[in-house]
Design a protein around this ligand. Structure first.
Ligand code: PLP
Length: 511
């Protein structure tokens, strides 16, 4: 009887909330069609918390509460990068709700780091389990006192989705520190090779490293590509080449930067030119390896993004990556693939580099963002030869692995990679239509899965399109000089793609 009463009151509350939300939606500037309202009612009766049927922007953007909060935050820190304040209690699925109650379709998802949307029920349940809750509360120094289930967790979660051939994994705090530590692993591997496999150090090495001099602190380099982004810690920052603002005022290593292909679009019309572009870039990679060897600053590793993300969503062909790998092997240079932004499914495969059909595994793959924990996979020979050399206090967070385990379960249960491919096709076809409709405004549609981008004809207009998209209820991201990138969650469905495309068409028409 008690349970029945509870059920009736929960049902009553749901009905009231439904009515309130429908009233609110009807009052919204972007009024839904009656059909959309109906679908919403039908779905709401079966699910606990549902996405709104479409974006709802009720205030100017930024709204009054957001402006107030910005003023407050600015008094405490540099808050120039803050766009909106979220209401994470109300954000749901593909919809981000801001402090002013505006509901945005989120095609940017916290810089591409929300794998299965906001408040996914499977993730919300994760810490109802007492063991999981205690794993969250008692955060270990993972390199010294991991929990007794840590090896099993690594095996069942991270290694279950490891790129083929990479059997070792280290967890880290973020994308930058994953790359930073991957570079250290490469330098240790390189120096061990130089010592003929010995792992002992000479007294001279021990002394000289303490004053940052060779041979203990050797002159070695990591090559990256112009336009790349690998993070903001010091080693990572040296390899970051996307925008001056990231690098200004910070000392950096003398490490080489090779050109990354810049393709002409549509790809099918420029096959020959784009192939030549690949060859030109690869030639320079080889020249730089030789040049730095001669200058006694040999290249120990090359880091590359499968699609250069922050730098403008620049893509390169599978052939480019295959030849790059072959060059690395010939020259004894380690290949690091930075999947921080591309990893965990947005390209339609778990790892974007799987699209390249490399003849053998890369040496290291770094990850973070949608994986919820930072870290890197390596071949076993890249495991550090001594303890405490790839190390810090937390080295990640078991709580994030608990969430990732659930994310991977949701991906499987909801067949999300196939959804990404399906939605990606709707989005890409729609973007192609729009570039034909507005050829003076947008061009160069590109990407894989829902990891897509297009260029706007100049930077000023790009910023305007991105801003106005927000006013029309859609969050998108800018990257490079003129690109707008799409970085939706893996649960972005064709119906969301249609809403995105409608908002973009409206935005372009209004210019
Ligand atoms: C490809 C890539 N690598 C590394 C990073 C750095 O990651 P984090 O911001 O977590 O340090 C980013 C961040 O955007 C990235 O896109």
């Amino acid at each position: 009887m008690q349970n029945l009463k509870l059920l009736i009151s929960v049902y009553f509350l749901q009905v009231v909330e439904t009515m309130l939300r429908i009233t609110k939606t009807v009052l919204c500037k972007n009024q839904p069609t009656p059909a959309a309202v109906l679908i919403y009612c039908q779905r709401f009766s079966t699910e606990a918390q549902l996405e709104p049927p479409q974006p709802c922007v009720k205030t100017s953007i930024p709204g009054p509460k957001t402006l107030e909060l910005l003023k407050d935050l600015n008094s405490l820190q540099q808050a120039g990068s803050v766009q909106l304040f979220a209401d994470y209690d109300k954000s749901i699925g593909n919809y981000f709700v801001d402090a002013d109650g505006n509901e945005f379709l989120d095609a940017f998802t916290q810089i591409s780091s929300v794998p299965v949307g906001y408040n996914h029920p499977e993730l919300l349940k994760a810490f109802a389990d007492q063991h999981n809750l205690k794993s969250l509360v008692n955060r270990p120094a993972l390199g010294v006192f991991p929990s007794k289930d840590w090896p099993e967790k690594l095996r069942n979660v991270l290694l279950s989705v490891a790129p083929a051939g990479l059997n070792a994994v280290s967890t880290m705090m973020c994308g930058s520190c994953s790359n930073e530590n991957a570079y250290k692993a490469v330098f240790m591997w390189y120096q061990t090779k130089q010592r003929g496999g010995k792992i002992d150090f000479t007294p001279e090495e021990m002394d000289s490293c303490m004053v940052n001099q060779p041979p203990g602190a050797p002159k070695l380099s990591i090559m990256s590509f112009k336009g790349s982004f690998h993070g903001r810690t010091f080693g990572a920052l040296t390899t970051t080449r996307s925008k001056p603002i990231h690098k200004l005022d910070c000392p950096a290593f003398d490490w080489p930067a090779a050109p990354f292909p810049r393709y002409k679009y549509p790809l099918s019309n420029f096959e020959r030119e784009n192939h030549q572009e690949d060859e030109k870039c690869l030639e320079q990679v080889e020249d730089l390896i030789e040049k730095y060897k001669k200058a006694d600053n040999p290249v120990a590793g090359i880091i590359v993004e499968p699609i250069q993300s922050e730098g403008g969503d620049n893509e390169a062909s599978p052939q480019f990556f295959q030849k790059l790998q072959s060059l690395c092997k010939t020259k004894g240079v380690a290949l690091i693939i930075d999947e921080v932004q591309t990893g965990c499914g947005p390209s339609g495969k778990m790892w974007c580099h799987e699209h390249f059909e490399l003849p053998s595994p890369p040496d290291i793959v770094t990850f973070s963002k949608k994986m919820l924990t930072g870290g890197f996979y390596t071949k076993s020979e890249f495991k550090a030869p001594h303890s405490y050399r790839i190390f810090n206090t937390w080295m990640g967070d078991p709580g994030k692995l608990i969430l990732l385990e659930r994310v991977l379960k949701v991906i499987k249960q909801e067949n999300l990679f196939s959804l990404v491919q399906k939605t990606g096709t709707v989005l890409k076809d729609g973007l192609h239509k729009l570039e034909n409709e507005f050829p003076n405004l947008i061009n160069s549609v590109r990407g894989r899965g829902t990891f897509l981008a297009f260029n706007v004809c100049n930077t000023e207009l790009r910023d305007k399109v991105n801003n106005n998209l927000k006013k029309n209820g859609v969050l998108g991201g800018a990257c490079g000089e003129t690109a707008i990138r799409l970085r939706p969650a893996l649960v972005f469905a064709p119906k969301h793609a249609e809403i995105y495309l409608d908002a973009l068409r409206k935005t372009l028409k209004e210019l």
